[in-house]
Write a protein that binds this ligand. Structure first.
Ligand code: XMP
Ligand code: MG
Length: 179
């Protein structure tokens, strides 16, 4: 897989440091909140595992799966709810963990969904924030890295469902797309 990567943006070590930094902040901010942490499948799985280990708070964990990409590198604009959470979130403090915020459509969809179910508070932690891609005005409260407007893979992020298990985030060689 390493041969398909043009350059590494965030190394294993960079990511570990970011997870530690965010975990400290989240420990502080969620101390008495007993949050339900909602990890967004599939991209956020690696980041979720690393961040929650750095959070010394009582928290429940749940998962939601939404899809906006259909295999390519461009968002389709439509969001499908693939798998819903199992928790009752009414009156609860929620922390969404995302892999990347690009246009903001996915996050807006999630926030609207959780608000409609009467969540008390919704905060967002994302590994990557692609601010230049934003089409909808949504913001993350906790950000690992601000990422340039390029398609990135690794550490949970995929191209056609591959590369999620790379331990770092990088940019694919153009030849990979044209194969
Ligand atoms: P939106 O546009 O809804 O996008 O903010 C969020 C979702 O789109 C996917 N996404 C990417 N996936 N590399 C990826 O592997 C990227 O550079 C990228 N940009 C957006 C991702 O699934 C995210 O949850
Ligand atoms: Mg994807």
């Amino acid at each position: 897989m390493d041969n398909d990567i043009e350059r590494i943006l965030y190394s294993r070590d960079d990511i570990a440091k970011a997870a530690k930094r965010l975990g400290k902040q989240l420990t502080n901010d969620f101390q008495d909140k007993r949050p339900i942490i909602i990890s967004v499948l599939k991209g956020a799985i690696l980041f979720t595992v690393d961040v929650i280990k750095e959070m010394d708070v009582y928290a429940e964990i749940d998962f939601i799966d939404v899809a906006s990409y259909h295999g390519g590198t461009q968002s389709s604009g439509e969001i499908d709810l693939v798998r819903d959470i199992g928790s009752d979130i009414a009156g609860r403090n929620i922390l969404i963990i995302e892999d990347i915020i690009d246009t903001g459509r996915t996050l807006k969809y999630l926030i609207d969904l959780l608000k409609s179910r009467n969540a008390a508070e919704i905060k967002v932690c994302t590994l990557l924030d692609k601010e230049e891609g934003r089409l909808i005005d949504v913001k993350a409260d906790y950000v690992g890295f601000s990422v340039p407007n390029e398609f990135v893979v690794g550490y949970g992020l995929d191209y056609q469902e591959l590369y999620r298990n790379l331990p770092y985030v990088g940019v694919l060689k153009p030849s990979v797309y044209t194969n």
